[in-house]
Design a protein around this ligand. Structure first.
Ligand SMILES: O=C(CO)[C@@H](O)[C@H](O)COP(=O)(O)O
Ligand SMILES: [Co+2]
Length: 220
């Protein structure tokens, strides 16, 4: 099992100070930055695109940027985010009719590839693509908005996917996204997740270092 990673979602940051917020949360102990891309088509909300990712890179952010694409179609955004400095690009199976091809496209562009599973999406879709994955993102809310409540059904899904990863001896990170807080992170960790996306639980606090430490301490 991998060491736990905290990936704050900057969707919950103060957009007027995005560079500063990103640096502060990394200095506070976060390992990755989670970058939620919403297109008002695949999900009913609009966030930010590759230009903002590129701006963070130009501003000196060197930490891994974990791009969560909630867009359809995916092809142009995969190319643009790879160019903009994304480290990892995660796509939703419902957002494309060529999942295998698009995962391969992410890898060919030099990024790590992830798949995001909505609350109602079965883990069966993993069966023929596991060898192309660096990350599986379990959505513990329906995608489109920050600040929602964690859906407990995600815990069984995490356990089932952890079993699949371990049985096949695969080097895949298992991430959980949506409603992760200092109160539920331990049960999510115990279910088998190793990567924790949290937006409002971190950016809603005055002291990012304390909340990140609390979350990490819960994962032991
Ligand atoms: O992808 C998404 C939502 O679609 C997430 O990354 C959320 O933005 C996480 O925010 P919180 O639920 O932690 O506030
Ligand atoms: Co996300």
């Amino acid at each position: 099992m991998h060491l736990p990673i905290i990936a704050p979602s900057i969707l919950a940051a103060n957009f007027a100070k995005l560079g500063e917020e990103t640096r502060t949360v990394l200095d506070a102990g976060a390992e990755w930055i989670h970058f939620d891309v919403m297109d008002n088509h695949y999900v009913p909300n609009l966030s930010f695109g590759p230009m903002i990712c590129e701006a963070l890179r130009k501003d000196g952010i060197t930490a891994p940027i974990d791009v969560h694409l909630m867009v359809s179609p995916v092809e142009n955004m995969i190319q643009d985010f790879a160019k903009a400095g994304a480290s990892l690009i995660t796509i939703h199976p419902e957002a494309t009719i060529h999942l295998d091809r698009n995962l391969q496209m992410i890898k060919d562009l030099g990024c790590q590839a992830g798949i995001a599973l909505n609350p109602a999406t079965s883990i069966d879709c993993l069966d023929y693509i596991m060898d192309k994955l660096d990350l599986i993102l379990v959505m513990s809310v329906n995608p489109g908005f920050g600040g929602q409540k964690f859906l407990p059904s995600a815990l069984k899904k995490i356990t089932d996917i952890r079993r699949k990863i371990n049985e096949n001896n695969l080097n895949i990170r298992l991430s959980v996204d949506g409603g992760v807080t200092e109160y539920n992170i331990q049960s999510i960790f115990k279910a088998g997740a190793d990567t924790f996306v949290a937006g409002s639980a971190i950016f809603g606090k005055p002291d990012y270092a304390t909340i990140i430490k609390t979350m990490k301490d819960a994962c032991r």
